[in-house]
Design a protein around this ligand. Structure first.
Ligand code: ADP
Length: 384
């Protein structure tokens, strides 16, 4: 596993259960994944990554930032890499992502590549004066996303290197401009795909973002089944078919999360892709027969995939963001455990900073309102 964040950390328990030896190349000492056998090194350095890869059977990732030329060297050296470089390039760069999704005929917001203020002004005029501008690379948790009405609002991004020149590895120049989608809600569809082709899908989930950061996930997405009251048709089936088409079309191996907007008319538009376990699937640790972490390991090892079915009517996952500075979630575990014994607590062993994802809480059960209330109450112990 390249990257020692919380995704690598949450991969450890299923790796133990599956009898797979997990080794991690972490960026720093004391990473979230430090409980696994961990080497420390720079994932941008080909020699470091190659030396790490020589000791393992398959390489996978907890982020999409490994440079394309490093991935190419791994493949040239005969290392099994999942997901592969071609698929990962699409997850790393939002302009490439929009291009490939357009080629696949996937529904996406109207978009354009803009390399200067004039091009953005023209796009804004087409879009009725408002658009969303994104830096193609390196963004996460809403960093690198701005809703703008005037080109000057992203003057700093245009000034940065890369806005007007193609990257050394062929990454496109410019910023991504897209239509502002007045969505009804945000959804996410996760699937996993083995190199040999098997695909399985978890239920469609509803996600709530605050300030561009995932705050809460409800599985399954309320009202998504054709039979549900107030349903906009077969949303769940359409999302599953779309994510499967994308996984197959891009040749994704491992877990794929497709972030979606549901429009007022009940249409689905693809916002983002992540080719790894994803925050929208953390509920599956406690609420599905096979979690996204176990499934990702099975998929990249090309083992038969597990049943993705939910084990409860409802699961609600609430992220713990920030919390008292200098503390970790563990400091408040006893109080939260005493008050919310049904809540499953997940600390990432990170010290708290405002807005930082330091853990999450999941509650499962039959009644959505009470499940949601318990999950929020448990998470609140850690935020104050
Ligand atoms: P990140 O890579 O930082 O997660 P995203 O592209 O997923 O960035 O955008 C973060 C959030 O910004 C989304 O979850 C959504 O709430 C909002 N957003 C992104 N694109 C649009 C859009 N075209 N229209 C409306 N809101 C958007």
């Amino acid at each position: 596993m390249i990257g020692g964040g919380q995704l690598a950390r949450m991969m450890i328990p299923p790796a133990v259960a599956l009898g797979l030896e997990l080794r991690v190349l972490a960026e720093t000492e004391g990473s979230s994944a430090g409980l696994a056998a961990t080497a420390v090194g720079d994932y941008r350095d080909a020699a470091t990554v190659l030396a790490f890869a020589r000791g393992v059977d398959v390489v996978t990732f907890d982020h999409e930032h490994v440079p394309q030329e490093v991935l190419a060297e791994l493949v040239a050296a005969g290392v099994a890499v999942h997901p592969g470089p071609e698929a990962l390039a699409v997850a790393r760069d939002k302009i490439l992502m929009r291009r490939r999704l357009s080629e696949l005929g996937a529904p996406i917001p109207a978009w354009a590549v803009v390399t200067d203020a004039g091009e953005l002004a023209a796009f804004l005029a087409e879009q009725g004066g408002r658009a969303v501008v994104k830096t193609p690379r390196g963004g996460y948790d809403g960093k690198g996303v701005r809703v703008v009405t005037r080109p000057e609002e992203v003057a700093d991004w245009f000034a940065e290197a890369g806005a007007s020149a193609e990257g050394a590895d062929g990454s496109p120049a410019g910023l991504l401009a897209e239509a502002f989608v007045p969505f009804r809600r945000e959804l996410a569809q996760q699937v996993a795909r083995r190199p040999s082709g098997q695909v399985v899908a978890w239920p469609l989930v509803e996600t709530v973002q605050r300030d561009g950061v995932c705050a809460e996930v409800t599985a399954p997405a309320p009202g998504a089944e054709a039979s549900a009251p107030g349903s906009t048709g077969d949303l769940a089936a359409r999302a599953e078919a779309l994510a499967t088409r994308i996984a197959e079309g891009l040749g994704v191996t491992g877990a794929l999360a497709v972030e979606l907007f549901e429009t007022a008319e009940g249409e689905l538009l693809v916002n983002e892709l992540a080719m790894r376990p994803h925050n929208s699937g953390h509920w599956s640790i406690d609420g599905a027969v096979t979690s996204q972490f176990e499934q990702h390991l099975r998929a990249v090892a090309d083992l038969p995939l597990g049943d993705p079915a939910p084990t409860a009517a409802w699961s609600v996952m609430v992220n713990v963001l920030g919390g008292p500075s200098g503390q970790t979630m563990l400091d408040r575990y006893p109080a939260a455990m005493a008050a919310q014994p049904a809540a499953k607590l997940h600390s990432y062993d990170k010290s708290s900073r405002p807005g930082r994802k330091v853990g999450h809480v999941t509650v499962t059960g039959d009644d959505l309102e009470s499940v949601r209330a318990q999950a929020r109450a448990a998470a609140a112990f850690f935020q104050g």
